[in-house]
Design a protein around this ligand. Structure first.
Ligand SMILES: [Ca+2]
Ligand SMILES: [Ca+2]
Length: 423
């Protein structure tokens, strides 16, 4: 916490499904097409733990909706939309659901995998969101926890894969049974129209975020947008391939949130910014890239209000030089942090424009309202009778109103000074 002082003044309901199961479930070890099944909720306990794949591709729409216990525990693979122009849907909104062999969302047709709460774990193999030309796959996550191996979107040219994370936690880790695949543990936006939107928390625990196709294959449009989420890329080491691969033609719209990257990839990030691949609508200079020498973490985040203010007046977001909190480049006696805290101009004289003290009823008081647009700073005050020994004065204001009052009865004189405190 940095302080700057300023001397202010001398003063569901489930449908029956048993008969349908008998009709369609002929081989508990083979692949089964559930056809026109819909709203299979909750999943019957007799299917728990069996080794089978689920292929959902109804004439109109087939769906598994698991909202209640018992949780799913399957060792096969889930394929949503296994036929052209048909749709399969999996909705998880509760329970602890584990799948042994990954999921294909939009295998050939259209797939929608929605997770709103609960846990979903794909313990081996990968998750693909649209994997063939003309297929459409969507992973929509607004809550819960998703744990899996590789996640790829739009792996084929002409595929359309979208990952939308607006809540919950995504963890991607390397548990691929075929470790020769270099993409293990990666989050990849591939050859087709891949989109990744992060507004929640996404954790790529090993290796790589790849914004591009498999090398040597054509690439369709792709976009990653980020707004007030957290993307953690950890597990990569300096001897690995860089944890972020920016491919020309793929852009990242960064409008907030934080990337935490394990490893020094400042060069890669700055190169991507220069190339316009990592972009902020307010200008790329506003993207804040910091490097922690202690744990080799690169952090990309939106500047604070104070940093944006510095950039506006000084062309830098750094607390240094003329832009430093304690600096007073125009010599009006008001340090920059106080200028910011009271919405003053750091390059024009503002003497006399700070809140005034009032004396009333034996009390010395400073009262003011925090200006609009100011955030990340708090206010304090200290009192002295001799300008040498200062004692803190409590803030009795509420909300944006700040009130500092001290009794000066029986005191021949008193001094009250304001503090702006960066948080
Ligand atoms: Ca000043
Ligand atoms: Ca000023």
């Amino acid at each position: 916490m940095k302080k700057t002082l300023f001397l202010a003044a001398l003063a569901i309901a489930s449908a029956p499904f048993a008969s349908a199961i008998t009709c369609n479930w002929s081989n508990t070890l083979g692949n089964n097409d559930f056809g026109a099944f819909s709203n299979w909720s909750p999943v019957p306990a007799t299917f728990q733990g069996n080794a089978f794949d689920i292929n959902l591709s109804g004439a109109n729409r087939s769906a598994i909706t698991n909202t209640l216990a018992p949780s799913l525990a399957l060792s096969g693979r889930v394929r949503l939309g296994t036929q052209v122009s048909r749709m399969g849907e999996l909705l998880i909104s509760g329970g602890t659901n584990t799948f042994g062999d990954g999921i294909q969302v939009g295998a050939t047709g259209t797939g929608l995998f929605t997770l709103t709460s609960g846990y979903v774990g794909f313990l081996s193999n990968f998750t693909t969101i649209s994997e063939s030309s003309n297929s459409v796959g969507t992973l929509a996550m607004s809550g819960g926890a998703f744990v899996g191996d590789r996640v790829t979107a739009a792996t084929a040219l002409g595929a359309s894969g979208t990952i939308v994370i607006t809540g919950g936690d995504v963890t991607i880790f390397p548990n691929d049974p075929t470790p020769s695949l270099s993409t293990s543990g990666s989050l990849r936006l591939g050859s087709g129209a891949a989109q990744l939107h992060i507004g929640g928390t996404a954790q790529v625990t090993a290796q790589t975020l790849i914004l591009g196709p498999v090398p040597g294959t054509p690439m369709g449009p792709g976009l990653m947008t980020m707004s007030n989420g957290v993307l953690n890329l950890t597990g990569a080491t300096l001897t690995n391939m860089p944890p972020i691969i920016f491919c020309p033609g793929r852009t990242v719209d960064f409008e907030g949130g934080v990337w935490n990257v394990d490893g020094d990839v400042r060069g890669d990030i700055q190169q991507a910014i220069s190339a316009g691949l990592l972009y902020h609508s307010a200008g790329n200079d506003w993207i804040r890239v910091t490097f922690d020498t202690t744990n080799t973490v690169v952090k990309i985040q939106q500047p604070t209000a104070l940093e944006s203010w510095r950039f506006q007046y000084f062309g830098t977001i750094e607390d240094a030089g003329d832009a430093a909190n304690a600096a007073d480049p125009e010599n009006d006696g008001i340090p920059n942090l106080v200028e910011f805290a009271f919405a003053l101009h750091p390059l024009q004289g503002n003497a006399g424009q700070l809140p005034n003290c009032t004396v009333s009823g034996g009390n010395l008081t400073i009262e003011f309202t925090q200006p609009g647009g100011v955030s990340g700073v708090s206010y304090g005050a200290e009192f002295s009778t001799n300008l040498m020994n200062w004692s803190a004065v409590a803030n009795s204001g509420t909300g944006a109103t700040n009130v500092f009052t001290v009794s000066i009865e029986s005191q021949p004189r008193g001094f009250l000074r304001l503090l702006a405190i960066e948080q």
